[in-house]
Write a protein that binds this ligand. Structure first.
Ligand SMILES: [Zn+2]
Length: 179
């Protein structure tokens, strides 16, 4: 079933609910010290009940430094993900009942965030590794081929000093990896 606006409003009735969702997406509610993270009332910050460590779940996200309510951001994300052929700032302005400037800013932030999740850039290094598959290759490695075939090939690509991507691939031949 489609995730409707009614459901969105029900799941995220206020900014507190959005904030909790953002926190849960990135952190565990349990602190490594054994304490539990709680929202600092009236702030966009969580603190550990035991060691008092603080976490700002929105820092480093597109919601950071925005004065737009999170419920409105969530609504914008909902509209964006439902617009099959894209959406204009003008249309977002109308649907969210915000100024054109706000709509434009929200839209460009969403687009920027999605782009960041796309292709790796700069110097990207790649390698493959074999994982799992218990199969004895024999005393003289005579069954090496079978043993390797029983394993999964995992390909990794990493931006030098940056983001990494991992995926399971059918084989590690150069022709496939190049593709
Ligand atoms: Zn703690």
């Amino acid at each position: 079933m489609k995730y409707g606006l009614k459901q969105l409003r029900k799941d995220f009735p206020n900014d507190k609910a959005c904030l909790q969702f953002a926190f849960d997406a990135l952190h565990s509610r349990e602190c490594s010290c054994g304490g539990k993270y709680r929202l600092v009332e009236g702030r966009k910050q969580f603190y550990c009940s035991k060691c008092r460590f603080q976490i700002a779940p929105l820092s480093g996200t597109i919601f950071e430094k925005s004065s737009t309510p999170l419920t409105l951001w969530w609504h914008a994300l909902w509209i964006f993900s439902n617009a099959k052929s894209g959406i204009s700032a003008k249309e977002l302005e109308r649907q969210l009942a915000v100024t054109y400037k706000t709509a434009w800013r929200i839209l460009s932030q969403i687009r920027k965030a999605l782009k960041q999740d796309g292709k790796l850039s700069g110097d990207v290094e790649m390698d493959t590794a074999y994982f799992g598959g218990r199969y004895k290759s024999g005393k003289y490695n005579e069954k090496q081929k079978e043993a390797i075939a029983a394993k999964s090939v995992v390909m990794g690509a990493i931006e030098r000093g940056g983001k990494a991507r991992l995926m399971i691939v059918p084989d590690s031949t150069a022709t496939f990896l190049q593709k």
